[in-house]
Every structure is written in C-alpha cells, then in structure tokens.
Design a protein around this ligand. Sequence first.
Ligand code: UTP
Length: 505
Amino acid sequence: ANPFEGCTPTQPDLVDLSTFGKDYDQAEALGLRCFADTAVVLVAGGLGERLGYHGIKLDIPVEVTETTSYLAHYTSVIRAASKRLGREIPLVIMTSRETNAGTIATLEANQNFGLAPGQITLLNQELVPALSDIEAHLSIEEKYRLNLKPHGHGHIHTLLHTSGTAKKFAAAGIRHLLFIQDTNGQVFNAAMAAIGVSESHGYDFNSIAVNRIPGEAVGGLAKLEKSGCPPLTLNVEYNQLDPLLRATVSPEGDIPDERGFSLFPGNINLIVLRLAPYLRVLESSRGIIAEFVNPKFSDPERTKFKKPARLETLMQDLPKSFVSGEKVGVTIFDRVWCFSACKNNLVDAAAKVASNGPAESASSAENDFYLAGRMKLRAAGMEVIEAPQKTLSGIPLVPGPRVILRPSFALTLADVRARISGGSISGEATLVLDGDVTLENVTIADGASLVAKAPEGGTLEIKDRTVTRSGAVHDLVPLTDAEMASSDVPEYLRIRGYRIVAREA
Ligand code: UTP
C-alpha cells in the first residue's frame, strides 16, 4: 500500500546552492557563525552489512594518503571549529549493540581525538522485538528469549529526548542540530552553508539534498498536499512518488525539468534541525516517532514472513510529527560536494557501476574526498589539471591530484581563498595542507607531492615555488590478487583495492 495515497506532490521550498557564488558565500559565512551554537549528531549504529567490514565503520579511513579515519576526520572539523569559534561544539554519537564497544574503544585509544571531557555524548540505541507473522506474534530466539533487532536511525530522536540531551543542549544555548552519517567524508563541505540557510530562511527542518534524475533510485523530497490537512514536506520513496504524480498532477509521472532534473530533490539523510521546535515535538510525542514495517512475505496470501520483521524508524520521518507552523525546507548542493558514502563492498560496487548506479565503495568515497579538495582549490583560483580516469576493481577513479585540506587549514571556501593564491597542480600530484599555511604562486607538478603542516601556533608561507617529482612520491599502487586475498594486508585497503605509498615528499 502506498502510505501517501490521496496526496498531491509539489516541489518543496528549496534553496539551490549547487553552484558556488555570492549566495553560497553568504550562506557559508552565516553558517560558520551559527556553527558555534550547533551540536553535531552522528548516527553510527548501523550494521554496515553491505560493506561487510569487520569492525566499526567509523574506524575506516576516509583516505589512505595519511590514513585518517572517518571519526578522526569528523572530530578534526569539530576541534578546529571549536577553537576558531571559542565554543566547545558538542558531538553526540548514537551507537548500537554492534558498534558501541568498538566506538568506546576507538575514543579511548585516541583520547577522544582531542575533544574536551564532556564534549562527546554517547547514546546507545535500543533494539526492538521482532515479529514473526502478520498476526504480529513475537519472534523468539529460544524459549524466554526474544529475537531483538535495531529500531533504525530514527531512534536517535527518542534517545535525544529520553536521555535529556536535547534539553541539556537548549539550556546550554545550542540552537541547531546537524545530523550526519557514519561514512560520508563530504558532509562538512556543505554543512556550514546549510546551517546558514536554516538560519536565513527560518527552516526548522532543513534537508541537505542533491539534484535527482527522474526515476533514480533515491527518495525524493516532496511537499504533500491533501484536502483538510496541512502540507507536509517529506522524503517519498521513488517507487511511491511516481504513482502519486501519475494519479494527480503529472500523468507522465516524474519528468525532468529543462536541466534534466526532477522537481523533487534527492534525499541523502543529512539534516539541520532547529532545536526550539524540535524540543516542542519531542515533548509532545515523548520522543516517539513514526514507525513502519516492511516484511517480505513467503506465501501468496501474505501472512507469513520470510524473516522476522520489526517496526523501524527513519530519522528523516520526523516532520510527520510536526503539527503546523514548523517550516520544512531543502537545500540543494552539488552531489559529490556533500555526499559520497562508503556503503558497498568492491564486488557489489562494481556491479552497481555496471548498471549505471553509484559505486559508494571505499575507493569511490576516497576519490570524491580528493575531488572536493580540487573543487576548493579551483574556487580559490588555482589551476587544477586532473589525471586521466582509470578503472580499478571495476570502479572508475580519477587518481589525482589528491588534495587534502585539513579543517585546521580551512573550514570554509572563504578560508581557502584567503590562504591560496595563484599556482597550479596537475596529474597524480598530492597536496596536503594542515594548520596555518599559505600558498602563493606554488606549482605542483604531475606526480609531485607537497605536504605542508604548520605546527600549533606557527605559520608557514610558501611562495613562488615549483615542486617537482624527484623520485617516486605518493603513488597509488593497486593490490595484487594475492594481497587482496591476504589477511596480512589491512582490511581497510582490501575494501578499496589499492594502497597509497609515500616514498618521498
Ligand atoms: P545505512 O543504511 O547507510 O547503513 O544507514 P547501515 O544500516 O549501517 O548499512 P547496511 O544497510 O547494513 O549495509 C545510514 C546511517 O544510519 C545509521 C548508520 O550507521 C549510518 O550512519 N544507522 C542505521 C543507525 O545509526 N542505526 C540503525 O539502526 C541503522
């Protein structure tokens, strides 16, 4: 059954920041200021079954030039922003039975990645009893032991309420919450500008989204209207959206605009929420949010389940609990700029590429991490000449330039522009900038590597220099079949199919 039967979908309120320009810069500048009053909420309780990594996903490196884990990357942004804005920006991490111990171990082993005591709040998500059939009998593992399963990432809303965390944040002057996922290294490229849009447009619930091709297998954000009900802006699964459109305003279904995009932007589950209305919703719902059940049936009568099913929640369903007056909007960004997740193992990722889908592998995520670095250099006016595309393990990759701009170097595009002028970088060059570094007219030749790090309190200026490849430097080396099969090679390399070897820089 289509739960939205009878609704008419129209385009949601949106701000398009998919290209850089004045609007982007204004939103980003405002968002950076507001980031001082923002808490970051990282949902990291997922099982990661599609990736099949033996460990928590937060430990996987987003890049293997210097091997920085997702959690190290996220916390480096929070550390740099806290220092810059003079305020300890809180981080909430939602874990689950499968990820809790691993997350605690990583935080302990890394001294909370330099965050202050009390800056991190861990919330362990609960499990719910699974149901065995259409009569909703409880499924049991053995006598007196219920079969329990995760309740989905929507459970974060329950936990922020029941733990008192949302209230505590309000008392501490927090105004926005930024919800992020466990393996998206791009999120902080767009987050500041999205928070700026929430502030300038008064969005209570702001979905960071991407332009979507009609029919693409990603949920579409739509304003749903039904007589007698206030309009509701929600994520609608693509296979539900098309029939709704056909039955109402668009007999041809979801059709492209003049740029080839659907009127309904693609949801990527990155959300900026204003805390005041959120608290109101949590109080009135007691943190209980809409649930759904999606059983697979084993019989034609649809009474028996193939596997026990459970009630699940999705964090993007929160607007279902909004009453009226809350403002839901969408901010569109360039796709690779804001989202590139590591979700699939290499074999499945290659199959997805073969059928024109996104790879969402560790390698494509790393590829896009460097690509965002190149976008920043270009925005600062540096000339960037890309290396020709290669295919590795069935995944198309552009092997360079590999650019890493650490948050201590730049938190915004404006920072990059202030620190870099002129110069060029080309081919399979590597550039890593960390701390208070400025580059003026620096040329980094194909294959050359420049790693510039200013220590805490120091500054480093590099001017009118050419860096050339003297001997091999940072090289991307595919793993051999034997290495791919060897447990001596770290699993985080085997899930991408290559290593990056630093020989000289
Ligand atoms: P995904 O659907 O991408 O991740 O969840 P997953 O569930 O870990 O992966 P598969 O489907 O098993 O392969 C999106 C985000 O929601 C979190 C994940 O950790 C990820 O950050 N999540 C998902 C939770 O926190 N709890 C859940 O119950 C499910």
